[in-house]
Design a protein around this ligand. Sequence first.
Ligand SMILES: [Zn+2]
Length: 280
Amino acid sequence: MSEPDFAAAHKALPPVVCYPPETLQTPDLALYAEARASAQKTAEVLVPPRDAKCFEVPAGSFFRISSVEGSQVGDLNVHNLHDLTERHWSGKTRALHGTHVTTGERLWSLFPQMRPMATVTTDTLDWYGIDEHGGSVHDVIGTRCDPYTNHALSGGQYHHCCHSNLTRSLAEYMGVSRDEAEPLVHDVVNVFMCTGFTRDTGQYFMKASPVRPGDYIEFFAEIDLLGNLSACPGGDCSTSHSSDAAQCHPLLVEVFTPADGTLNGWSPAQPNGYDRSHGS
Ligand SMILES: [Zn+2]
């Protein structure tokens, strides 16, 4: 098709941010930091390579995901502990905060609750920013590696993609079949993964994660949470995934609970205030 007369002028229009987040209630990071200073470790889970584990986080506690032993990407699911159908909505998090999350940004749940489930309080990879290819760390754009896409692309039957790992661990946690658990597995936060969209074709790309042992991302739980974390078969996701080819390492999850009285003025996030009548 030939371009219309106004093409050049139209393409030059400045972008308008769809959802300026300035009017969202901002987390009190100073209060969280004060509470974190007194927090004690109350739980610890080591997620084996090419596998996933569930962990519970009480509202008002922190959970930290750390790189141990080697560079490794994690695929994170987050549910309301008391209603697993309320779960993280990567699309809304992306619309509000951008393609990658870092300190001060939040993970939002599905409609109708649509509330902040967790807030990023520390990110040791925040120095990475956005590189010359448009890549950044901790994306909410990839869905998760999965055996269906792998089959469509290669015809294989690989069983340790993050989708399958998350399905197995959730089924085990719930005490239900994998068929029952699978629909609750959802689009992830790609913890430590370095990704973006190619500038020329808009395709999803990955490059080696900059994460090193000792690096971590820490979240504050705004409601009681069930986390489910997979140590991706892609390892540092520098070359391939959905196979056993990459070198993989475990990921450490630690839960820290603050002392009583250190979160004065804070209360768990309430469901969204829209009245749900949808007009006449
Ligand atoms: Zn994966």
